[in-house]
Design a protein around this ligand. Structure first.
Ligand code: ADP
Ligand code: MG
Length: 272
């Protein structure tokens, strides 16, 4: 490979097609906050290149589950593997110990997350936001990251906003910056937590379109959302959660069109 080709590679963002076929494997995950058991034994598998949509009423544990996948929350029991590695832990002398921060940072290096409330850094420009993690967390060459970030901003239609501060952008634009930021780490896995719930209705479409394009390209994603038509179109697998359990899961045409469980039916009635 020539130097130019290596540089091109480093500034491109594509789905990672190699690596374990199962990107996320959560087994019997339990999590309590005090007396409140929020996850009551969750099993979840996310296959490479597939989109899993998680639906469920407010308070059912969707955000907590998503946050355990990149170890923003620890779990009480069960296990979560990302690309075959038990996230948040290292093995020593045959048993698991909590991973020290640099190891955890390495384990979550390829996991991009997009939050309901955008969570952009207000004191940084759009471009600085997108460049932040690769440069300051992962120690990548700023010039290469800058090229990659600019390409991503172009891809989400916001190149002309590179020098703006987040407060000058609409919610939909801010969320597209957040998506570019999640992509700039060259993710193996993308996690979206209700990415359109905080948006005015007229801005939802632009963000869903961006996520839809990523799904078509073959990124591995877990998306928590209430957007049912979008889920029908984009999801390979739908998981319906209630009260900290998976109540029903399957292909979108089964779970969304022909749900078997009364709780799923009840929930969907409100959204269709
Ligand atoms: P969802 O995303 O499905 O609305 P969450 O995962 O946010 O549900 O919350 C599930 C439950 O866990 C709720 O009862 C919520 O109040 C509780 N919870 C979430 N995060 C925390 C926390 N950091 N401390 C205490 N309770 C929490
Ligand atoms: Mg939530």
């Amino acid at each position: 490979m020539s130097a130019d080709q290596i540089l091109d590679e480093a500034t491109e963002v594509h789905p990672i097609k190699t690596g374990p076929a199962i990107v996320v494997r959560a087994s019997n995950v339990k999590k309590s906050f005090g007396q409140n058991e929020v996850l009551k034994g969750i099993n979840l598998e996310v296959h490479r290149g597939k989109v899993v949509v998680i639906l469920g009423p407010s308070g059912s544990g969707k955000s907590t589950l998503l946050r355990t996948i990149n170890h923003l929350e620890s779990i009480d029991s069960g296990s979560i593997q990302v690309d075959g590695v038990q996230i948040g832990y290292v093995e020593r002398n045959g048993h698991l110990e909590e991973a020290p921060y640099p190891v955890l940072a390495q384990q979550r290096r390829r996991i991009g997350m997009v939050f309901q409330s955008f969570n952009l850094f207000p004191h940084m420009t759009v471009l600085e936001n997108v460049m932040e993690a690769p440069v300051h967390v992962h120690g990548e060459d700023p010039e290469i990251v800058r090229k990659r970030a600019l390409k991503l901003l172009k891809r989400v239609g916001l190149l002309e906003k590179a020098g703006e501060y987040p407060r000058r952008l609409s919610g939909g634009q801010q969320q597209r910056v957040a998506i570019a930021r999640a992509l700039c780490i060259q993710p193996d896995l993308l996690l979206f937590d209700e990415p359109t719930s905080a948006l005015d209705p007229e801005l939802v479409g632009e963000v869903l379109n961006t996520i839809r394009d990523l799904a078509k390209e073959g990124f591995t994603m877990v998306v928590v959302t209430h957007e049912i038509p979008f889920s029908r179109e984009v999801a390979d697998w739908v998981v319906f959660m209630a009260d900290g359990r998976v109540v029903e899961e399957g292909k979108p045409r089964d779970v969304l069109v022909n749900p078997q469980q009364p709780r799923t039916r009840e929930f969907l009635k409100r959204y269709i």
